[in-house]
Unconditional design. Structure first.
Ligand code: PRX
Length: 649
């Protein structure tokens, strides 16, 4: 099996009888052409599948200079109504909306119908109201992967509150920063989470965060039943405070451009940004992408293995599937517990039809061997997908051959927190695939490659990936900091949205994402700013300076390599290295744990004091034979010392 990507390696889509017929190649061509020629007509037609309180007459209303993005502006709707109530009203109340697969395969799972979902969401919504939350308020959700996390999101949407979901793996400091940034007065959490039988102390983390910031109320869902502290007047058990709430709660009529959620994500500089998505455009975008990309058919079971703390969970566990009336599987645990066959055991058990995961999980499972897959009957699978980072062709082929029986189409979906939903992918019934390439733009998407000077590259070329026109699911701003939004995405190449990714387009027009071109790294599909890890390190009393870079890692995609200079008088040691690793875990969360810590007396800097990261990246990659020009360094001898001390040998 080779791990190289070839522009001419085609994997043919299965005969149309056995896959999606929602969109053939000819239909894709004509729909894509129409989406560009007449976006208003195209998107009005897509929007028509939703229930609107007031149907929009203004469809696309955006400008990239100055940046002002609006879609369906004069429409009114509620996304919770579209995800829940309208299916019940249409007589589908008995259909299963969520299948909950718990951490332990021996624990009891749940099947939640649309009617039950409606009841649960109303209960949560009225409880939030009882605690004082209302339209426009920010509600933080810090939950394990249990259905109550979805109830909480939908409950916010129902009452018009803006949810800010924080991944359950983040630290108390990360929670505090996010709660403070969006001035959130409510937190919904659980006593504890479970991941691979390990306990995640969610409520204890919230308590620690609340030593730094304060909120009006914390709503606590009892999950493990573990011992936790409850502060009188501030903390409320969900099962207690929800007692006796009304069993009706009308969906709040929302303007299409009313905020739906904030989701914090990392960039090159500064602390994570609160990316803001609004109601109408995001609703249409997630409904449409789910429908076409996953070629969803009624009755099928869809499983996206992401966490609701990431955008993938927002769009393809919650809003995309539920707006389509789909059955979404929600998994609390991890792929290797109790054994490396957990994904496949759950696919077999629930007869999963569409499976969507991240390359890092595929690589980790591939390493354990195909016997874990072969043990299970995966004949229900009709489509398998990948998201979050570039998938190397070897992992793609393994996924296709062993999980997809060499027959099931693989979709490699490129998108971002900021894009709200899938942007580049092959469509299963329409397109042949190429291992390692995401494929073609989705309806309405105009990718453009530019060189570092901003000159547009035509035809087969490699460059920086921009998008030249807005699409309904585009983020509208950074919460509370529109200038930062403009600065981050629209200033590098004026008048275009810059994705931060490098990309190649081949002669067939297929796009190949090559990874970030900024100081963002992607570790096991988790997006992280190197600057965040650096800030965490320099908070330690012994650290004088830190520079963090990514390097290729077999399983994680990228690993975290930290160069650290200590304050005068402090000595490097194994013990201190261990302490710094723990320190970063505590400051940010376990996902940011450094893989390599390299103590160095100095960092390579130019005479003006700028750290030459290019050199640090090369040494971290163990590729110091091609360091390029080092003559502009203030002290070129630093490089020799760094090479000698390299950790990734
Ligand atoms: O670098 C790209 C990578 O993940 C980044 C976005 O991360 P995040 O906002 O956390 O969203 C991840 C899930 C949508 C992108 O800038 N990325 C995402 N999907 C792919 C990818 N890189 C290559 N191929 C993909 N399919």
């Amino acid at each position: 099996m080779s791990n190289t990507a070839h522009d001419d390696e085609w994997v043919r889509k299965p005969a149309s009888a056995s896959v999606g017929t929602n969109c053939t190649a000819a239909q894709y061509d004509s729909m894509y052409a129409e989406s560009l020629a007449d976006p208003d007509r195209f998107w009005a037609a897509q929007a028509d599948r939703l229930d609107w309180i007031k149907r929009p007459t203004k469809i696309a209303g955006w400008n990239y200079d100055p940046v002002d993005i609006r879609w369906f502006e004069d429409g009114k709707l509620n996304i919770c109504h579209n995800a829940v109530d309208r299916h019940v009203a249409a007589g589908h109340g008995d259909r299963v909306a969520l299948i909950f697969e718990p951490d332990s395969p021996d624990a009891e799972g749940r099947h939640i119908t649309y009617a039950q979902l409606q009841t649960e969401v109303i209960r949560m919504a009225n409880t939030l109201k009882k605690l004082g939350a209302k339209k426009g308020d920010r509600v933080t959700i810090y939950m394990p992967m249990i259905p109550e996390g979805v109830f909480a999101m939908l409950a916010c949407a129902r009452i018009g509150a803006i949810h800010s979901v924080i991944f359950g793996g983040f630290s108390p400091d990360a929670i505090a920063g996010r709660v403070e940034d969006c001035e959130s007065d409510w937190i919904v959490t659980a006593d504890q989470g479970l991941r691979g039988s390990k306990i995640v102390p969610l409520k204890a983390n919230v308590d620690e965060a609340l030593e730094k910031v304060s909120v009006k109320a914390v709503l606590v869902v009892r999950h493990t039943g573990g011992e936790i502290a409850m502060r009188e007047g501030r903390d409320h058990w969900y099962h207690e405070v929800s007692q006796g709430v009304d069993d009706e709660c009308p969906c709040e009529p929302m303007d299409a451009e009313d905020p739906l959620f904030i989701l914090y994500t990392s960039g090159s500089t500064g602390s994570p940004k609160g990316v803001l998505h609004t109601t109408g455009g995001y609703a249409v975008w997630t409904e449409t992408t789910f429908r076409y990309v996953f070629d969803y058919r009624p009755g099928e079971v869809f499983w996206c293995t992401a966490d609701i703390g990431w955008v993938t969970g927002h769009s393809y566990i919650v809003y995309g599937p539920l707006q389509n009336g789909a059955t979404a599987l929600m998994f609390e645990g991890v792929p290797n517990y109790p054994d490396h066959d957990r994904f496949w055991a759950a696919c077999e058990k629930h007869k999963v039809n569409i499976f969507y995961t991240a390359p890092t999980a595929i690589r980790a499972l591939m390493r354990e061997g195909e016997a874990h897959v072969a043990k299970h009957d995966l004949s229900s699978l009709r489509l398998i997908g990948s998201v979050g980072e570039p998938i190397n062709p070897e992992a793609w082929r393994w996924y296709h051959e062993h999980v997809g029986a060499g027959a099931v189409p693989v979709i490699d979906t490129w998108w971002q927190t900021e894009t709200g939903g899938v942007m580049i992918t092959t469509l299963p019934g329409a397109h042949d695939m190429k291992p390692g390439s995401a494929g073609l733009p989705f309806f309405g998407i105009c990718p453009q490659l530019v060189d570092n000077d901003g000159d547009v590259l035509e035809g087969a070329a490699a460059g920086n990936l921009c998008i030249t026109r807005s699409w309904p699911g585009q983020a509208r701003t950074v919460y509370g900091d529109h200038d930062r939004f403009i600065q981050t995405y629209f200033s590098t190449y004026a008048g275009k949205y810059f994705t931060g990714d490098g990309c190649r387009r081949d002669a067939d027009g297929y796009y190949w994402i090559t990874g970030r071109v900024d100081d963002v790294i992607n570790v096991s599909g988790h997006r992280m700013g190197t600057a965040e890890v650096e800030s965490a390190l320099v908070l330690h009393a012994y650290v004088s300076e830190a520079a963090v870079v990514g390097y290729p890692h077999d399983i994680k995609g990228q690993g975290i390599y930290c160069y650290v200079t200590l304050k005068v008088g402090e000595e490097p040691s194994e013990e201190l290295a261990g302490e710094l690793r723990q320190w970063v875990r505590k400051e940010i969360g376990p996902i940011a744990t450094p893989d390599h810590l390299h103590f160095t007396p100095a960092l390579p800097k130019t005479r003006s004091g700028k750290i030459m990261r290019r050199i640090l990246r090369k040494i971290a990659e163990n590729d110091f034979g091609s360091l390029g020009d080092t003559s502009t360094l203030a002290d070129p001898s630093v490089v020799e010392t760094l090479i000698e001390g390299r950790q990734n040998r």
